[in-house]
Design a protein around this ligand. Structure first.
Ligand code: HEC
Length: 449
């Protein structure tokens, strides 16, 4: 997948900031969309199974859930896919340097998403026809040739529908797991330590917790969206008669309420996942805003269930979407530091790349240790204060009198202190590393000892 790594170009700091903003917007569209599609497909399959035991209302509900939960025939897929593709490129770009295989990994996730979504949409598009053929096949009066056609179509759609629903859900579940995991790797790069990407992705409890939040959120979103579209939006569907309304409405609202119940605990758990350094006031405030929105959703669901309130239950969906928007902005803030540090690196790469384009090849490489410190290291280090990396007064003592060891670390940094993220390699030439090591040790000895 080198072609993808190669279209990820060096970017200036301004571009990276823009990318992060666009990324946050795309995430706010993709996350609830994917979660709702996964949730509604799971609910629909559950009721379709029931219907196999002869429950006619259950089949109708399975069809309505599939149709309402996936927005519309094809616009939904486009709505989800365009930002998803954008996100893959943005993540590949922001993650460059944090994670070498990131681009390949994200393309695999995207392929699963494509397969999952197209299967889910063929499930959605075939379930209505399947029901139509199943239930009208034996209506008398039709000429024999038409009845034979109806029977053939019925078989065809039953097979298509059976196959696409289950596999679509499986692929969509895998794709969403890969995306949740990918976002986590980007947000807490140090958490992985030295284990391989795949091992980490499939064994991390933190990722699993975040995935549970996605799944429960998806089921709650799906239930409330179905209620909104069947019973509240523009006065609700006109064709729904009382008997079916009494079957479907409490079910949709109760599914939403049941899965929302777990959300506050998962939102709180999500806070524990963040490394301490990411827990700013903003992140706490946004998590509280998310909790408030979830409580509000409860309130609306209660109105919908207990009172035949005019719109009540219809507000639960927007409230839950708002809750997830708050969480995602919090996520972007929390992971800001990780990608921020990475951006310092990428910006440097960009400066060098740009200089090369202008034919200055190497023109920005500073000539002496002090300059290298000022242009390269000072973004993350000072002698006395913690910036991104530890203050030199804490780390240099062990290198005193051993310039070679310091030079080796600078050329090839290894993980040292668990309280800090790993230091990215700076791509210095050996003579430059030597110069900066010399400068650091000298300055330390003369000014800070
Ligand atoms: C992108 C941010 C960043 C840049 C740029 C950076 N460092 Fe670091 N540096 C770190 C972090 C983070 C750590 C802590 C790593 C750890 O403990 O695993 C670190 C640790 C160190 C240490 C302590 C190593 C030890 O054994 O404890 C030294 C020395 C060091 N950096 C030197 C440099 C020099 C010299 C440069 C410039 C050529 C530089 N760093 C550029 C982030 C950076």
């Amino acid at each position: 997948m080198e072609w993808l790594d190669s279209i990820v170009l060096p970017q200036s700091a301004d571009h990276l900031t823009l990318l992060r903003v666009v990324g946050a917007l795309a995430l706010i569209v993709v996350y609830p969309y994917l979660a709702t599609v996964v949730g509604s497909t799971a609910i629909s399959l559950f009721y379709r199974r029931r219907a196999n035991r002869g429950d006619r209302l259950a089949f109708r509900f399975a069809k309505d859930v599939a149709e309402s939960g996936t927005v519309s025939r094809s616009a939904g897929a486009l709505l989800g896919l365009a930002p998803l593709v954008a996100l893959v490129f943005i993540y590949a770009q922001l993650g460059k340097g944090i994670e070498d295989g990131a681009a390949t990994y994200l393309v695999v996730a995207l392929l699963f998403a494509l397969a999952g979504l197209s299967l889910v949409y063929s499930y959605r598009n075939s379930i209505g026809l399947r029901r139509l053929f199943d239930e009208t096949e034996f209506i008398g009066g039709a000429p024999p040739d038409l009845r034979e056609d109806a029977r053939a179509y019925a078989d065809e759609y039953r097979d298509l529908n059976n196959m696409s629903g289950g596999w679509g859900l499986v692929f969509a579940l895998v794709a969403s797991y890969l995306f949740v995991a990918g976002a986590s790797v980007l947000a807490f790069p140090e958490d992985r330590g030295s284990s391989s990407l795949l091992l980490y992705v499939f064994t991390s409890g933190k990722i699993f917790l975040r995935y549970l939040l996605f799944l429960f959120g998806g089921l709650a979103l799906a239930g409330s969206l179905v209620a909104l579209r069947m019973f509240y939006w523009e006065g609700g569907k006109k064709s729904i008669e009382t008997a079916y309304a009494e079957y479907a409405k409490p079910r949709a609202l109760k599914i939403a309420a049941f899965f929302s119940l777990a959300l506050p605990a998962l939102v709180a758990g999500n806070l524990f996942v963040y490394p301490e350094r990411s827990l700013s006031e903003t992140v706490f405030a946004l998590s509280f805003a998310a909790l408030a929105a979830i409580l509000l959703a409860f309130h609306f669901l209660y109105l919908g269930l207990r009172r035949a309130d005019k719109f009540g239950g219809g507000w639960a969906y927007p409230a839950l979407v708002a809750a997830f928007a708050f969480l995602l902005v919090g996520e972007m803030t929390a992971s800001g530091e990780a990608t921020e540090r990475n951006s310092v690196m990428l910006d440097r790469e960009y400066q060098a790349y740009f200089a090369e384009l202008k034919g200055e090849g190497g023109g920005v490489e500073p000539a002496n240790g002090e300059q290298i410190f000022g242009t390269v290291c000072a973004a993350c280090h000072s002698f006395e204060n913690k910036i991104v990396g530890p203050p030199y007064v804490e780390t240099l003592p062990k290198y005193e009198g051993d310039k070679a060891a310091l030079k080796a670390f600078i050329l090839n940094p290894v993980k040292v202190n668990p309280e800090y993220p790993p230091m990215p390699a700076q791509g210095l030439k050996p003579n430059e590393a030597d110069a900066v090591a010399e400068y650091l040790l000298k300055t330390y000895e003369s000014d800070y000892k």
